[in-house]
Design a protein around this ligand. Structure first.
Ligand code: ADP
Length: 373
């Protein structure tokens, strides 16, 4: 059975302490009292009550000071303020210091009961919300572990076995067998791509990336991206161009994640293009933002699909896209990464002519620190 809620009454007036104790004990609560702020604070530390009734006006430590101290010890304890001079100012001040409710003197036992029940209900809801948040976080962590170890690792080994068979290390395979192995390996690659994208998504969602912020210039990163995607672009007969701008612009961010976001966009620019097409990256300054534009001369996106383009797993269904492999997670991952940097993403597209994705990231405040990578 659940323990009855614990209530502490901190008031220098004995009559108030006694009447509250009587009324609340009758309702089954465990009630304790303190005659001043100091002893109240001590009891809060020792017994961690669910709710504290605090007289604002007490000699020594004031009710406001006690409220502040409770906020530091455990902000989930619900504080209700009792006062004989219920002014708007004191109420606002108390609320600012994390008081949940206000009880003007004199009050009846019924008024006291209503306020206490409301306060305890809030505590129950806060505890329930926290429990669900933790449970969700644990489920996410368990799922990430499951996907990583039980799905990704075996798939990687299967892929390695296929490599061994294809290369003839397990005896000479016929051309027909090699072709089948090739197809199966391709499917495994798609699955691994999906799993890796999903893991990226879950890492970004867990809000982990803001922990690795540093001062960065994107210029060298943009060159690296182009260099890495060159073989793929050449294979699809798409040319790549970079206009990094003249003035170096710095931002605060996680270089690995930012690279992943921009790489996704350039990758799409190549994949959803046509032979002879191009992808251009422009970097420029616009008011307080650094803007990176990735423009392609590819197949474009139908206007009716644009509102969904950043949704998880969304892919345009058309004759031109049906043979292009993908997971529908590249753009949502990129968007989440950019938003974690307090930035924005925009898209403009014309069917059959091409698409431009713009990333806007707030410039770093140059007066703060100067370490840069
Ligand atoms: P994926 O490319 O893995 O399918 P994305 O989230 O990166 O997933 O993109 C979602 C969809 O948006 C793609 O399937 C494609 O239909 C469309 N798309 C994205 N970028 C472009 C682009 N540059 N040109 C045309 N279509 C695009």
């Amino acid at each position: 059975m659940n323990e009855p809620p614990k209530i502490l009454v901190v008031d220098d007036e004995e009559a108030i302490r006694d009447s509250c104790r009587q009324a609340l004990a009758k309702d089954g609560y465990v009630v304790d009292t303190a005659e001043n702020g100091q002893s109240g604070l001590q009891k809060i530390k020792e017994s961690q009550p669910d709710l504290v009734l605090i007289d604002l006006k007490m000699p020594g430590m004031s009710g406001m000071e006690l409220l502040e101290a409770i906020g530091q010890i455990d902000p989930t304890i619900v504080s209700v303020v009792i006062t004989g001079y219920a002014t708007i100012e004191s109420a606002v001040e108390a609320m600012k210091r994390n008081a949940y409710d206000f009880l003007p003197k004199p009050f009846t036992p019924d008024q006291l009961r209503i306020v206490i029940e409301r306060g305890l209900e809030r505590r129950r809801l806060a505890a329930e919300t926290e429990r669900l948040r933790r449970e969700k976080e644990m489920m996410r962590e368990n799922f990430v572990t499951l996907v990583t170890h039980q799905l990704r690792s075996p798939l990687t080994s299967v892929k390695q076995y296929f490599g061994v068979i294809r290369e003839g290390f397990a005896g000479e395979a016929t051309d027909e067998q090699k072709e089948m192995i090739e197809k199966a390996a391709g499917k495994i690659d798609r699955l691994l791509e999906l799993i890796n994208d999903w893991l990226d998504m879950s890492r970004v969602e867990a809000g982990k990336i803001a922990e690795n912020f540093e001062r960065v210039s994107l210029t060298p990163m943009l060159s690296e991206i182009l260099e890495e995607l060159k073989p793929q672009a050449e294979a699809r007969k798409v040319s790549l161009e970079l206009h990094p701008g003249d003035n170096p612009i710095v931002i605060d961010g996680d270089p690995k994640c930012l690279k992943e976001a921009i790489l996704n966009l350039v990758n799409n620019g190549i994949n959803y293009n046509r032979a002879g097409g191009s992808v251009t990256i422009d970097q420029k300054s616009q008011d307080n933002d650094l803007v990176v534009e990735v423009s392609d001369t590819g197949i474009g996106i139908p206007q009716e699909d644009l509102p969904f383009i950043f949704d998880e797993f969304f892919r345009v269904k058309s004759r031109e896209t049906q043979h292009i492999p993908g997971t529908g997670l590249g753009l949502p991952i990129a968007k989440k990464i950019i938003e974690a940097h307090k930035g924005r993403m925009k898209v403009a597209s014309e069917l059959g002519r091409g698409t431009t994705f713009s990333i806007l990231l707030p410039k770093a405040n140059q007066s703060e620190g100067s370490n840069m990578t």
